[in-house]
Design a protein around this ligand. Structure first.
Ligand code: NAD
Length: 259
């Protein structure tokens, strides 16, 4: 149902973003991929998505912590007809107590998790408005609603993404563009796997204790969310049946924020 549409998915060489790109390509969308990774792996992903969609796939390796690189990303989407769907997904985490938090890491996390979405939205929105149709979906987090210790910039950036979503949704409400964020609990991806060593060190725990007693402690289902579940939710938001959903922060967290 997305034939003729173009989707720009940030942070789509891995994890949730890659699953979203796969889901959108399977429905025929042209895809602009973004994110880091080795050339061969990215080429394989591009070939796979191109075969699935029958449409063009590009990769732009813009570092989204650098606002000046975001214009080029939008230009790649413009070359494919303009971003009809923007998924602000690239994000990073660093775990440390606030009084020991590296200042440069604070700046990077805010730049990537929050400011990059602002820049992508402000640059992609005029094209969506001109077409009278658009979908802006950001990957927020359960940490857009609740906090955990030692993750101050992540929690701050994700709460801010939920606020940005609401503000832009109100601005775009009459225009056929919907703006939402999805707030997963713990999803099994490299981002989660990579924070296990820091949490082990910060709290003096084993790997198993971090997985069961820290990560899944707050998730009543005791299961990680899967990347395919998040992608299926994002795909639904692109359907016309979802046109009344805007300004929403949509949880899929195994019951975490119900507690
Ligand atoms: P991931 O580490 O698997 O993938 C991150 C992607 O972002 C990769 O493609 C990476 O190359 C890209 N990226 C990293 N830094 C970048 C930069 N400076 N510029 C451009 N691209 C960059 O992560 P993931 O777990 O799939 O997370 C994706 C999003 O989902 C993030 O915003 C994260 O906060 C959010 N999220 C993840 C979980 C989880 O449990 N994994 C839960 C809730 C929310």
């Amino acid at each position: 149902f997305l034939k003729g549409k173009t989707a720009l998915v940030t942070g789509s060489t891995s994890g949730i973003g890659l699953a979203c790109a796969r889901a959108l390509a399977a429905e025929g969308a042209s895809i602009v991929l973004n994110g880091f990774g080795d050339r061969e792996a990215i080429d394989r992903i591009m070939a796979e998505l191109g075969a699935a969609s029958g449409a063009e796939v590009r990769h732009n390796g813009a570092d989204l912590t650098k606002p000046e690189e975001i214009g080029g990303l939008i230009a790649d989407a413009d070359a494919l007809g303009g971003a009809d769907i923007l998924i602000n997904n690239a994000g990073m985490q660093h775990v440390a107590p606030i009084d020991q938090f590296p200042v440069d890491k604070w700046d990077l996390i805010i730049a990537l998790n929050l400011s990059a979405a602002f820049h992508a939205i402000r640059l992609a929105l005029p094209g969506m408005k001109a077409k009278g149709w658009g979908r802006i979906i950001s990957t927020a987090s359960a940490h857009s609603l609740v906090a955990s210790p030692n993750k101050a910039p992540y929690v701050a950036s994700k709460h801010a993404i939920a606020g940005l979503t609401k503000a832009v949704a109100l601005e775009t409400a009459p225009s056929g563009v919907t703006v939402n964020c999805i707030s997963p609990g713990y999803v099994w991806t490299p981002l989660v796997e990579n924070q296990i060593p820091d949490t082990m060190a910060a709290r003096g725990l084993t790997r198993e204790q971090v997985m069961n007693d820290v990560l899944l402690a707050a998730q009543p289902t005791k299961k990680f969310v899967t990347v395919d579940q998040v992608a299926a939710f994002a795909l639904f938001l692109c359907r016309d049946e979802a046109s009344a959903i805007t300004g929403a922060n949509l949880s899929m967290d195994g019951g975490w924020t119900a507690a």
